[in-house]
Design a protein around this ligand. Sequence first.
Ligand code: BEZ
Length: 210
Amino acid sequence: MTIHIGDTAPDFEAETTEGSIKFHDYIEGKWAVLFSHPKNFTPVCTTELGYTSKLKSEFDKRNVKVIGLSVDQLSDHAQWAKDIEETQGSALNFPLIADHDRKVALLYDMIHPNASDTMTVRTVFVIGPDKKVKMSLNYPASTGRNFDEILRVIDSLQLTAQHKVATPVNWKSGEDVIIVPAVSDEDARKQYPGGWKAPRPYLRIVPQPK
Ligand code: BEZ
């Protein structure tokens, strides 16, 4: 099933390293990151899971629940978690779905048959508190993802959810933002009485709202 931005993230039940979950109940009221790994006991995945664990306080700060997925058995996850802690210096601190029957992987189109029939590609879904998909990406198995970038995207998404602004190229939290085209100058003046920089009428730049 192809899942697009704006779609409701499909619900599912699964076994994880932190017990059984019903996905929608698990993420209730929170933002969520659901991400897949090609296979347990593989090097790139090991580094990604260790690094994501180190970012726990950053995800907590943003009210985000993180959940990983790998198409392996729960017993394998437990063994691999020890390796992650020992080699990456950080213990797994979020649930890892044991999707050995590929139920969730197929539901979320995480298996791309021309890449591999059995392993998932590296997908990331960012899901809002309304359970809608806000962002998705696919990386090949050989390329580790940049989880600092995922945090940056979440910062942008959360800002957009609160204010009618968009974020420009390479934006980082604290930098100037853009008033979205759907907001008229008249309405923008109410929100930004100090005005904005506009090198073109359609390019209206303001400091990041607090
Ligand atoms: C890895 O995580 O290192 C990996 C997994 C599958 C294929 C290639 C690399």
